[in-house]
Design a protein around this ligand. Structure first.
Ligand code: NDP
Length: 341
């Protein structure tokens, strides 16, 4: 069993950020939340630069009082720290072409997800620090929990300690964005990528498939669209179950259900043989995720994801998902609820 180290505010020295120029590349979900948290922690506004193209994100940063730089190379050349907070798939293009060539040789580069560092898609100089500070929360919660004086779960790691000061700086930055208040868990880009992609490519696809098939069988048995949609997800019962699981325990949340339900769920789950599923998960993890097979395939289609219509492979997947009886039924129910039929 691996027990991770957990870092708290007391482990981090904000003084290490004194006088450092901190650039936020991107002002979207995470960029906007993390930049505001960092400033509210007491990092002077004149030390912070938001690097963003001319658009509504830049306008939003300006409206919040940030210094905005549209010329990425200019921002990169003065940065002591750069938080890369643009979508993962565009990071290699933007960072390698516009930041890497001019970034200081001792700069600290911060990623919020392990993907590009684990798969060696970003370029770094040997004297630079490369750290991961990866909130396990959407940006709006990173901000709202900070504003409430609470922390949020976060992973932290140092992947390249070019200056020899990587860990203290990583912890100072984590504290500045509010990530050590609740405890930042020591992790790695390998661990973060394995867990993220495993959930995205194995766990959730199976859950979607199981909902789809349960829906199909119950529909065949004569259940109505309305009853099925509400029973299965529109009542928000599954969301509540996961909320209880986080608060009370993964299994102990069952105590909130009826006795019939508790018996049915535990008896059913313990009887199911998970061997084939475990093999399937292992296969995805090792032969699709960790060996880089998915990453290579995804890099080939990455630019197509910005295309319109059927040339965009993601649009095609959404189109195909429309064929699922579950999706068609939900459309009918939502149209009826909106009074459209
Ligand atoms: P967003 O999709 O919110 O990023 C939007 C920002 O990226 C905007 O500032 C946008 O500006 C900029 N951007 C988008 N495309 C480009 C481009 N081609 N060139 C330059 N800038 C671009 O990103 P997230 O905040 O969701 O994700 C940022 C990082 O945080 C990722 O590594 C992600 O994995 C990680 N993360 C995200 C979480 C989340 O909840 N979303 C949770 C934890 C980690 P413009 O439109 O001007 O280009």
């Amino acid at each position: 069993m691996v027990q991770a180290k957990i870092y708290y505010d007391a482990d981090a020295d904000l003084g290490l950020l004194s006088g450092k120029t901190i650039v936020f590349l991107g002002f979207g979900n995470q960029g906007s939340a993390q930049a505001q948290n960092l400033r509210d922690t007491g990092i002077p506004n004149e030390q912070i630069i938001v690097a963003n193209r001319v658009d509504s994100y830049a306008e939003s940063a300006k409206a919040k009082g940030f210094n905005v730089e549209h010329d990425f190379s200019k921002a990169a050349s003065v940065a002591d720290v750069v938080f890369i907070l643009i979508p993962d798939q565009v990071q290699p293009r933007v960072f390698n072409e516009q930041f890497f060539p001019v970034l200081k040789s001792t700069a600290t580069i911060v990623v919020a997800s392990g993907y590009n560092v684990f798969f060696n898609l970003l370029k770094f100089q040997p004297g630079q620090d490369v750290v991961m500070v990866a909130p396990r929360m959407i940006g709006s919660s990173v901000r709202s929990l900070y504003e409430k004086g609470r922390g949020f779960p976060c992973f932290v790691s140092v992947e390249q300690d070019g200056t020899g000061n990587g860990w203290p700086v990583a912890l100072a930055l984590s504290r500045a964005i509010g990530a050590t208040k609740q405890g930042a868990i020591a992790s790695s880009v390998r661990e973060e990528t394995a867990m993220d992609l495993m959930a995205e490519q194995a766990l959730w696809p199976n859950i979607i498939m199981m909902f789809r098939e349960a829906f199909n069988v119950l529909q065949e048995a004569g259940c109505s669209d309305e009853a099925l949609c509400y029973e299965m997800w529109m009542s928000k019962e599954p969301a509540e179950i996961f909320e209880r699981a986080a608060d009370d325990g993964f299994v102990l949340q069952l105590k909130h259900h009826s006795t019939v339900s508790q018996f049915g769920q535990l008896n059913g789950a313990l009887k199911l043989d998970g061997t084939a599923m475990r093999e399937h998960f292992r296969d995805i993890l090792h032969n699709q995720v960790l060996n880089g097979k998915f990453c290579t395939a995804f890099s080939k289609i990455e630019e197509d994801l910005e295309k319109e219509g059927s040339e965009n492979p993601l649009n095609e997947l959404y189109r195909k998902s429309e064929e699922m009886p579950l999706v068609q039924a939900e459309k009918r129910v939502r149209a009826r609820l909106a009074g459209l039929v």
